[in-house]
Design a protein around this ligand. Sequence first.
Ligand code: NDP
Length: 485
Amino acid sequence: MVSNYLNYIGGRWTESSTGEKHEHFNPAKPSESIGFTQVSSIEDVKEAVQQAKVAFSDWKQRSSVERGEILRKAADFLEENVQEIAEIATKEMGKRIVETKGEVLRGAMILRYFAQEGMRKTGEMLPSANPNNTLYTTRVPVGVVSVISPWNFPIAIPIWKIAPALVYGNTVVWKPAQDAGITAVKIAEVFDKAGLPAGVLNIVNGRGSALGNSIVEHEDVAAITFTGSNEVGRAIGIRAVAQNKKYQLELGGKNPVVVLKDADIDLAAKLTVEGCMKQTGQRCTATSRVYVEEAIYDLFMEKIMRIVKDIKVGDGINESVTMGPVASKKQYETVCSYIEKGIEEGGNLYYGGKTLEGPDYQGGYFIEPTIFDNVTNEMTIAKEEIFGPVLAVIRVANYEEALEKANDTIYGLSASLFTTNLDKAFHFIKNSEVGLVQINGETGGAEPQAPFGGMKESSSGTREQGQAAMEFFTSYKTVTITTKM
Ligand code: NDP
């Protein structure tokens, strides 16, 4: 029998007020039901915000060291339950078990990083013109924070939003992606076991389009942190500005790789394929365009083909599989429509492009790793975020042309250059219009201590993770104490 996963509001596990439930199916075998989550109402959101508001008055008074201690315990519980949580995430959104296990461990690492942040300085002493003044800054929490998270990193992304929110003294109302709602409940259980006081973290499952406005516009919500599509993010930003709320948006990417003739071509081929195909291409930092210098174009194609042909597509619960399905029917249809568009607009479908069918695939959303070559920057597959296992290869005469074309996009999340030329490497670091730049590395990847985020339409400009997270989750307070000295 499949389980009914409840909301977590005010420290209690509750059914939604609608009584409705959403059934989750395994994208690797869509006939397999894996459980139900709540279809919440605006009333449930209001209750969650109210509980978060009440909890805030006590939570903010606690020391950040004490708050960090709870995060540390949550990290331990997360690690202890790695297998169970990873299996649920794999069955819910298709990511390979090797990747979901890695993501659970990464979640624990993020929690420990932010637990430690609770011991770091949050202000500085400043000189004052008045010798009788003691002038310093400190940081205070902003209040109730709405966390709206996507399905593609169902563990790490919510944790990298929730952990800093909590350690700096905020309380949280979390609306996970509906396609990752069960995994979200498992994460809430971890915080509950770690002893988080009632109301400090609340989870409300349900459809974003139905709950989104209430979770953003509620007068007691002080800030919204969102990761997802540009369309939804932009609308959230507009509503937040209208109410003078803090907001943080991490949106899409169209991340380029540039491969120069002096590069280590084997390394470039390996990391381009991994950058594109890991997690079935469903990462905001995934490689989706590669600009290759004319002189090494054929050699590069040969090398990526050798790697791509070895990719074993299948149900990610099997550890020998190297690429899982896409996460949902909706995602499957989107990716297939981009492949069709690529062909229609004159891209050369060099490899893949088909749905994998037959008894081994059980009707799952499996798409072959797909390579287009002879792509131009004008084609849709070179412009729009596909969020699937599709690589566009583009021939360029030299580094200058590659840089210009790599920057010719509305996005600015991540970019990577493969070269052994130090001058070009530094030129690229300075001139690529992205928030994350790699030299001889994959476009994806993030470490908890390093700021993460993009430029242009990839981000609202704030940064997540690292000490940069403090900027969003706290407000400055400037203090002047005047004494007779
Ligand atoms: P969405 O932007 O629709 O979803 C992201 C989150 O926002 C989910 O929790 C969703 O809830 C919620 N949401 C949806 N509508 C609203 C709303 N009106 N107000 C507030 N919150 C809302 O992305 P999709 O999941 O539909 O994916 C579409 C595309 O977006 C992908 O193909 C990809 O290109 C991009 N994307 C980018 C991500 C990134 O990491 N930058 C992550 C995910 C998607 P619910 O799930 O219930 O709809």
